[in-house]
Design a protein around this ligand. Structure first.
Ligand code: FES
Ligand code: FES
Length: 165
């Protein structure tokens, strides 16, 4: 059997997604992004560049934001995965509300990834200034170019959470 054929062989993987164990069968070569969307049934993380350049597929892996298109599903076994669905399992978060209030959601395609990246930033830095927000979210591209409004939404969330501006 060639290496490529081996990578296509299905294996059983137990993923912990949004606090729930999900047992799925997938080829070794399947990305975490594809596993989440196609095997676990959570389409909130978006497929765009599929090479780590746009941030549309951002999820948390053990609390750190990662591009799920760059992680194999099998590599995520034994780790905690949180998707946008998990982040907002009890309704819109304050951050999502501020995105809406700021008019930061245009076509919406990049927004799940933007929200995951912004949430991670705010957990690391409770009162980021504009430059820190731009730097922290530099890996998240928006084709509608709503960056000003996204930055405003993140700042408003920081203020709402009690971070100094
Ligand atoms: S789809 Fe993963 S970074 Fe673009
Ligand atoms: S809102 Fe359209 S790509 Fe960002």
């Amino acid at each position: 059997m060639s290496a490529a054929e081996r990578d296509d062989e299905p294996v059983t993987v137990v993923l912990t997604v949004n606090g729930e164990a999900r047992t799925v069968s997938m080829p070794v070569s399947r990305t975490l992004l594809d596993a989440l969307r196609d095997d676990v049934g959570l389409p909130g993380s978006k497929t765009c560049c599929a090479e780590g350049e746009c941030g549309a597929c951002a999820v948390f892996l053990d609390g750190k934001v990662v591009s799920s298109c760059l992680v194999l599903g099998v590599e995520a076994e034994g780790h905690e995965v949180t998707t946008i669905e998990g982040l907002s399992s009890e309704g819109l978060t304050d951050l999502q509300e501020e995105f809406l209030k700021a008019g930061a959601v245009q076509c919406g395609f990049c927004i799940p990834g933007q929200v995951m990246a912004a949430e991670f930033l705010l957990r690391c830095n409770h009162s980021p200034d504009q430059a820190e927000i731009r730097e922290g979210m530099a890996g998240n591209l928006c084709r509608c170019a709503g960056y000003e409004r996204i930055v405003a939404a993140v700042q408003a969330t920081a203020a709402r959470r009690g971070g100094a501006q």
